[in-house]
Design a protein around this ligand. Structure first.
Ligand code: BF8
Length: 638
């Protein structure tokens, strides 16, 4: 593909040309080379679960209908899907657990972090039933952290965080279905066991297993991570910053933070400020930290740090020749980074004992020694800055303004300026009038296989024209931000109703308009979207499944995104994906996910009220989402 067929981001296109001139391979080249994909893998009917195989089930009925063990296409597709969702949930649950341990160490004086949001801490403590009388702030935080840890340890009962966050009526539904999770590690282990050779072969039972793991993802992963990160680092508030490769600055020492857990990226930002004077001594104007992927989201929404790019083009900042260090923690880190960095002076620094990449420098990071590690990382960047090859530096000029930090606290605070007692009333009124026709969560990834940022922005723009408010997270939020939808100028794409509401809200914060796509954070912060939907649903006295809302992940690729999508399905929210998931080889599994209520036995819609929509064309996808929103509006009497 030509650069303009790979991405709509001009800066990335420019860097793809530079990479080609310099003989450097990127993920886009590798995606093109892998274009002849195995159709058995694409449809999910390849089983590599044991050494009897690998087995493949025939897709046209002319070959094997069963694996050597007798497993059919339904079992194999369901087992493979379970394995994918487990991968996603394990990533998020480990993220959550790492934050819990950081909090615990911090309040016990064993790690250099402090409580930043006491109000949130006390509200969590109260929700968890902790008696805070006579306790110091640190003691309350310790009790909250111990309650969180129970969700990785207890052998009976239900996740504390699920009871804390979910709507009671929905919990009752899950209980009836027998899918409530006990503890995150236990459920992950059980799921790995049940999809192993010779265990669960019943596709319906396996689908139930997927739902349990999806709940683990939602509560031990998303909600717990967001909640405790807010306690430690502060709840985001409206913040202005910039996006695109133009945020890399030639005259500065540039450090790119990439990954997910802010325990690391927060410290890198702190030490970049502390060592500012040393950068000046080297002749630089300072140290410029830029974000990539979800670490980018974390430091953007809390510190206003600019974002260079998102997943598919993560190697391209290095091609500018001006990134002195790329520091990564976990998840969505392409091993290809070190091959690209090897062509420049850039140091790729891995920090987690379980994420090492050949060619990277490993500086082990743990909460106890956070300051030491962060200082070493920034010093390494200062060192590499002196090894730059000025002749090879070319930085795209393109950059754009963005507003981020739409936490529930920020949104409610803003709405309180319109209605102090009942802040959600103006939002609900706008929904009733149709000025906000619905809300769609634009979430998930970019994928080197598809045209970067194109489907994400097309779906969003179509929906905004139809007065749908967009709330974004993850790399999809980056896509929308890069194209102006997360700035006041974004209202140009809106229908008149949505534009009016955003202009009114913008006036409350001295902006011409609020962006019509709200940046709600990283992928774990899909919890914030869930929290917002629950707040609206509770206000209306209904379940989330009845709201005119949906989720869309047009350029998805990661198992985490599949797990998040499964979680939204358990809430009864319609979920669109723009890249086909590997379930087509089983009619039972694909219909259970995508068929409407009453159309095919037991389906997601029948059980929870929302279904999976698979649609590669962004306009058709947006139309289908609108149709679903319309249906839910009617059912609500709107
Ligand atoms: O967790 S959106 S590519 S970076 S998986 Fe990864 Fe997808 Fe980006 Fe954040 Ni989420």
């Amino acid at each position: 593909r030509k650069p303009e067929e790979r991405t709509i981001d001009y800066g990335v296109q420019e860097m793809l040309v530079k990479a080609r001139e310099e003989g450097i391979e990127t993920a886009f080249d590798r995606a093109d080379a892998a274009n002849n994909r195995c159709k058995f893998g694409m449809e999910g009917v390849c089983c590599k679960g044991c050494l009897e195989g690998p087995c493949r089930i025939s897709l046209n009925g002319k070959g094997p209908a069963l694996g050597v063990c007798g497993a059919d296409a339904d079992s194999i597709v369901a087992r493979n899907l379970l394995a994918t969702v487990v991968e996603g949930a394990a990533s998020h649950a480990e993220h959550g657990r790492e934050v819990v341990l950081t909090l615990l160490k911090a309040v016990r004086g064993q790690a250099p972090y402090k409580i930043a949001d006491e109000e949130k801490l006390y509200s969590l403590a109260s929700g968890l039933g902790i008696d805070t009388d006579g306790l110091t702030v640190n003691q309350v935080a310790e009790q909250v952290a111990l309650k969180a840890l129970e969700d990785f340890q207890k052998q009976e009962g239900v996740l504390n965080w699920l009871k804390l966050k979910a709507q009671d009526k929905t919990v009752a539904k899950w209980e009836k279905l027998g899918i409530l999770p006990v503890n995150a590690h236990l459920e992950i282990a059980k799921a790995v066991k049940r999809q192993a050779m010779g265990c669960d072969a019943d596709p319906v039972n396996l689908l139930k297993g997927i739902l349990t793991v999806a709940l683990v993802d939602g509560y031990s992963g998303l909600h717990m991570s967001t909640d405790l990160q807010d306690v430690l680092f502060g709840s985001p508030q409206l913040v202005r910053s910039e996006y695109k490769l133009g945020v890399i600055k030639r005259e500065y020492v540039n450090i790119m933070v990439h990954g997910h857990v802010p325990v690391l990226s927060e410290k890198v930002v702190e030490w970049a400020q502390k060592l500012h004077g040393e950068a000046l001594q080297l002749g630089a104007k300072g140290i410029n930290v830029v974000g990539v992927c979800c670490s980018g989201n974390e430091v953007l929404m809390r510190r206003g740090i600019p974002v260079a790019t998102n997943f598919a083009s993560q190697e391209l900042p290095i091609v500018t020749g001006a990134v002195d260090a790329a520091v990564v923690d976990a998840q969505c880190i392409m091993p290809g980074l070190t091959k690209v960095a090897g062509c420049y002076h850039t140091a790729v620094i891995t920090t987690m004992p379980y994420v090492k990449i050949p060619g990277a420098i490993h500086i082990e990071f743990n909460p106890r020694a956070a300051d030491d590690a962060a200082e070493k990382i920034v010093r390494l960047a200062l060192d590499r800055y002196q090894q730059r090859d000025e002749a090879r530096i070319r930085i795209p000029e393109d950059k754009i303004e963005v507003y981020a930090g739409f936490s529930t606290k920020q949104i409610t605070g803003l709405l309180q300026k319109l209605n102090k007692e009942r802040p959600l009333q103006p939002l609900v009124e706008a929904m009733e009038k149709g000025d906000i026709y619905g809300i769609v969560a634009l979430v998930g990834c970019t994928n080197p296989r598809t045209k970067q940022d194109w489907a994400n922005t097309e779906v969003a723009k179509y929906l905004m024209r139809n007065n749908v408010l967009i709330v974004g997270t993850g790399c999809a939020a980056h896509s929308l931000a890069k194209f102006g939808l997360m700035s006041p100028q974004g209202v140009e794409y809106c229908g008149s109703g949505l534009r009016r509401v955003m202009e009114t809200l913008g006036g409350l914060v001295d902006l011409p308009a609020l962006p019509p796509a709200w940046h709600m954070g990283s992928c774990v912060d899909n919890s914030r979207i869930d929290e917002l939907l629950i707040a609206v649903a509770d206000y209306l006295g209904v379940e989330v499944s009845r709201l005119p809302v949906a989720a869309s992940s047009p350029e998805t690729h990661h198992p985490k995104a599949i797990a998040i999508g499964s979680y939204f399905l358990t809430q009864g929210v319609d979920v669109h994906v723009g890249v086909k998931p590997p379930v087509g080889g089983s009619e039972l599994v694909s219909k259970a996910l995508t068929a409407g209520a009453g159309e095919y036995g037991l389906t997601m819609e029948e059980l929870f009220g929302g279904k999976l929509i698979v649609e590669e064309d962004p306009v058709l996808a947006a139309q289908k989402l609108l149709e679903r929103i319309n249906r839910k509006r009617k059912a609500l009497g709107l």
